[in-house]
Design a binder for this molecule. Structure first.
Ligand SMILES: [Zn+2]
Length: 314
C-alpha cells in the first residue's frame, strides 16, 4: 500500500502496526534503526514485542518506535496517535478536543492531552531571523465572556485587573513564514525587543502607525501605514498579518469554545504551522512534516510534561 493521502486512508493504514513501523522508521531513522541510548546500529527487531533490542550491553537496551518521543509512556497506540497528528496538522480551523475524542474513540480528557502534546511538538523551529519584506503587527485575543463559566469569568475579570484579553505579536516574511508571540503589553520596549529577535537588521519592515514602533528606522527600512488614512500604499501594508489574524480568530471562535491565555501560545503554534505549510503541500506532506518534527527532534514525554507545567496536574 502506498502512503495515506486522506484522513480515512490514514486511519486504515495506521491501524496496521507494520505500516506504523514502515512510516516512522523511514522518517526517524532514514539511515537505519539506531539505539536511542547509545547510538549503535547493531540492534535486532523482536516481532513479539514490536520493538528492538540493542546488542551492546547497557541499561535500557529495549526500545520501540515510541521511545524518546512525545508518544513514550502513553498507553495509547500509534493507531490513535498518528491519525490524531493527521487531523491536527491538516484541519484548517483546528480541531477541538471534543472532535478528536469522537473521531478516535477516546475520552475528551485524553484528547485534550493529545492535542497539547502534538501542538507543542509542532512548534516552529526557531533559529534564523526573517528577512526581505517583513510585516509586523499585534492583536488581542480573548474576552469572549459569554462562553465562560461565571466563576471563571469573575476570576478572569477581577484577577488580572480587568484585563481579559491577551496581546499577541506577529511577524511575517512576505512569501515566507509567520511567527507569533504572546506578549505582556504593547509598549515600545516589548515590541522593539520582539522585532530585534525575529527580524534581520536591514530588512524592509512594515507596520501600522502604533507609536511603539517609532524608532525602528535606525535598524530597518521601516515604513508605516496609517490605517486612519488608508490600508494599502503600494508595498506599504500589513495585509499578510491581517490575513493571518483573521484566520486565527476564525479558528478560535469557531472550533474552540475558549482558549485560556496560558494555552494560547500552543494554539498560535498550531495555526502558524498550518499557515506556514499551506502552499503547494498536500495533506500527506503536511502530516509528514509534523511527524518529522515529532520524531525527528525527539522531544520526550517527560520534557513535554515539564513544559506543560501546571496543566499536567490539572
Ligand atoms: Zn544501545
Amino acid at each position: 500500500m502506498t502512503y495515506p493521502k486522506t484522513l480515512v486512508d490514514a486511519i486504515r493504514y495506521f491501524a496496521n502496526p507494520d505500516n506504523c513501523r514502515d512510516y516512522l522508521v523511514a522518517r526517524r531513522w532514514p539511515k537505519g534503526v539506531t539505539c536511542p541510548t547509545c547510538g549503535s546500529k547493531a540492534v535486532y527487531f523482536d516481532s513479539s514485542r514490536n520493538g528492538w533490542e540493542c546488542k551492546t550491553r547497557h541499561p535500557n537496551r529495549k526500545f520501540t518506535l515510541k521511545t524518546g518521543t512525545i508518544f513514550e509512556d502513553s498507553a495509547l497506540g500509534l493507531d490513535k496517535w498518528l491519525p490524531a497528528v493527521w487531523m491536527i496538522a491538516n484541519m484548517k480551523n483546528g480541531v477541538s478536543s471534543h472532535e478528536l475524542a469522537r473521531s478516535l474513540g477516546v475520552t475528551q480528557k485524553t484528547a485534550w492531552f493529545m492535542l497539547h502534546r502534538v501542538r507543542l511538538a509542532m512548534q516552529d523551529e526557531t533559529g534564523g531571523k526573517l528577512d526581505g519584506e517583513v510585516e509586523v503587527d499585534e492583536t488581542f485575543i480573548g474576552g469572549k465572556a459569554r462562553n465562560m463559566h461565571i466563576a471563571q469569568r469573575k476570576r478572569r475579570i477581577t484577577g488580572t485587573g480587568g484585563k481579559d484579553k491577551t496581546a499577541v505579536f506577529g511577524v511575517l516574511e512576505r512569501g515566507g513564514k509567520v511567527r507569533t508571540v504572546v506578549i505582556d503589553n504593547r509598549k515600545k520596549k516589548t515590541l522593539h525587543t520582539e522585532v530585534a529577535k525575529h527580524v534581520e537588521a536591514g530588512a524592509a519592515l512594515y507596520s501600522d502607525d502604533l507609536r511603539s514602533y517609532d524608532g525602528l528606522a535606525n535598524q530597518y527600512a521601516h515604513q508605516v501605514i496609517d490605517h486612519a488614512v488608508k490600508y494599502v500604499d503600494g508595498q506599504i501594508h500589513t495585509n499578510g498579518m491581517e490575513n493571518f489574524w483573521s484566520l486565527l480568530k476564525r479558528g478560535l471562535h469557531g472550533t474552540y469554545v475558549s482558549v485560556e491565555p496560558f494555552h494560547l501560545f500552543r494554539y498560535l503554534d498550531e495555526q502558524a504551522f498550518r499557515y506556514n505549510n499551506r502552499k503547494d503541500m498536500s495533506d500527506a506532506d503536511r502530516f509528514s512534516e509534523a511527524i518529522r518534527r515529532i520524531v525527528g527532534r525527539r522531544l520526550t514525554y517527560q520534557e513535554l510534561i515539564g513544559a506543560l507545567g501546571a496543566t499536567a496536574s490539572a
